[in-house]
Design a protein around this ligand. Structure first.
Ligand code: SAH
Length: 241
């Protein structure tokens, strides 16, 4: 059986007892039936991963002690994923997959054709943590609040490139868009189910930091497009190389 792996929102260090949350204690001791002496893996998003020993196992409370570092800290590449929130389950999917694929920051953005103007930050965070626990990541991506795409573009940071997945480029060779692209600070932009507006498209085409890419001949749903774009970027410019 695979060892349980949990994220703890507190700085971990060797020999220093760490307190589980009530749901974590319930999961470990009521659901998984672990007891004092059991070993689990824990990470805090900063110090890598630890093998930890259960030293207190209550119904609602538990304490574990990090014994040995099992992985050093390492973060994903400096990649932001910008996406327009879609239906709840599809947004959950995008968040979960972005953690598995490796993104440093998840940025929901409102575009002209965004259908859902709200996003549950707490719900996104739960999915980020679950995905990181199961995929072996030792770093959680940062989550930003929903903001208008136009504002994000107005305040675009110096030196960062933007890989824009444009459904208008569908059919072109995906790799042509990335010809000559260099690794470094990047962002990916995925539109909503309704695609980008004429104004957005004109603006994106004119911005010097934008690299327009195709994701193949078929029109993908936004959640599929996010995963495809992450794979394309990771294989060419990221940590899949
Ligand atoms: N309603 C639009 C499609 C939107 S698909 C239309 O019919 O044209 C949602 C998003 O996924 C797009 O905005 C784009 O960012 C991305 N996408 C989907 N398929 C793509 C493709 N073949 N190439 C590039 N981007 C794509």
């Amino acid at each position: 059986m695979a060892e349980v792996r949990l994220y703890l929102d507190q700085p971990l260090s060797q020999g220093q007892p760490a307190v589980l949350t009530q749901p974590q204690a319930h999961y470990l001791f009521a659901v998984m039936r672990l007891d004092v002496g059991a070993e689990i893996r824990i990470f805090d998003g900063r110090s890598g991963e630890w093998r930890a020993e259960v030293v207190e196992a209550g119904k609602r409370r538990g304490i574990v002690v990090p014994r040995e570092r099992t992985k050093p800290f390492s973060g994903p590449p400096d990649l932001w994923l910008m996406f327009a929130p879609v239906k709840k389950a599809r947004t959950d999917f995008i968040v979960e997959k972005a953690v598995e694929m490796g993104a440093a920051r998840l940025m929901p953005v409102v575009t002209d054709h965004t259908s859902s103007e709200r996003i549950r930050g707490d719900r996104m965070e739960v999915h980020v943590i679950e995905a990181a626990e199961q995929c072996g990541a030792v770093c959680l991506p940062e989550l930003t609040d929903l903001q208008p795409l136009s504002k994000v573009l107005d305040r675009w940071p110096e030196g960062r490139r933007l890989m824009w997945a444009d459904e208008g480029a569908a059919g072109a060779a995906a790799l042509d868009g990335l010809a000559g692209a260099e690794p470094g600070a990047w962002a990916i932009l995925i539109g909503p189910e309704g695609g980008f507006s004429g104004n957005e498209r004109a603006r994106l085409r004119a911005l010097p930091f934008v690299t327009r890419v195709s994701l193949g001949p078929r029109i993908l749903r936004a959640d599929t497009a996010a995963v495809a774009a992450l794979a394309l970027w990771q294989a060419h410019l990221g940590d899949w190389r």
